[in-house]
Write a new protein. Sequence first.
Length: 332
Amino acid sequence: MNGNLQLQHFILNEQKKFPYAKGDFTLLILDIALAGKIISSEVNKAGLIEILGLTGKENIQGEQVQKLDEFSNSTLVNILSRNETVGGCASEEMADAVLFEKHTKAKYCVIFDPLDGSSNIDVNVSIGTIFSIYKLSNEGECSEKDFLKKGEEQVAAGYIIYGSSTMLVLTTGEGVHGFTLDPSLGEFLLSHPDIKYPEPPKRYYSVNEGNFKYWDKNVKKYVDHLKNNEKPFSLRYIGSLVSDFHRNLIYGGIFFYPLDYKNPEKPKGKLRLMYEANPLALISKNAGGLASDGKNDILSLKPEELHQRVPLYIGAKSFVEEALAFLNSEEK
Ligand code: P6P
């Protein structure tokens, strides 16, 4: 495969596998990629806010400087609102979905976390945009129901990681592929065709052990096992989901954010189902991995509300299966 395949060429080639995609699917992916380029440019300037005399409130032109997650959100909404094949979008940054009623020929809706891990910007840790694409149940009639489908109904999912380079990782059902932004060309070029979890995977585990006392007994037993066995795992935890997920996808490993009992009456997960767990679960599955909430496959969960949280175990299949064996062992 030509190593310099541009994103648009790749998607058009892939499209032949999707009878319903008539070029508009390609344009939708390219719109998300455009948003990624714009966000990447801003994220990479973030450190210069002070130096450039940008107060962080009002810039030298007297314009309001938005917080980067607000900026990322409005960039995605504005670009998608101009794409007539998109009936609406939903975001971690917005309480409700935005419906583009005028798009009477719309076929898709998009759900995203515009800038996950944004609290890490000030310390130069990689962050990312995570997105999920669903087909509308009724073309031209986007409704709230379209934003509450199971993850297995996604037609595409991906993330854009703003790190040492900006990379778009995308699955449209046929495998997982990575495209690295060449800033001199402004093009995403195929750099990681057909990503699969390595076999054997590196023995990395990613979890915030600071929450140890809030976990149930089986989770504690699992983590103790990771550290006390014939081949102990290494802890790698950045505190930025896209970065932890991406490293584990390329090298191998498991990321988990268990149910925590900070409020014993109301244990809960932290990560969001619709725009964090589901898109990453589709990528993980199509790269040979697995994602679970500790009992069920993430992609099989029927969403109840747009911003619902779930526990998440995601990564190399054998590692997630081992975690599930501990979590669901009888002994409590
Ligand atoms: P904690 C970032 O705020 C985030 O949503 C994810 O990117 C990250 O994996 C997680 O929260 C980190 O949470 O509780 O370990 O700081």
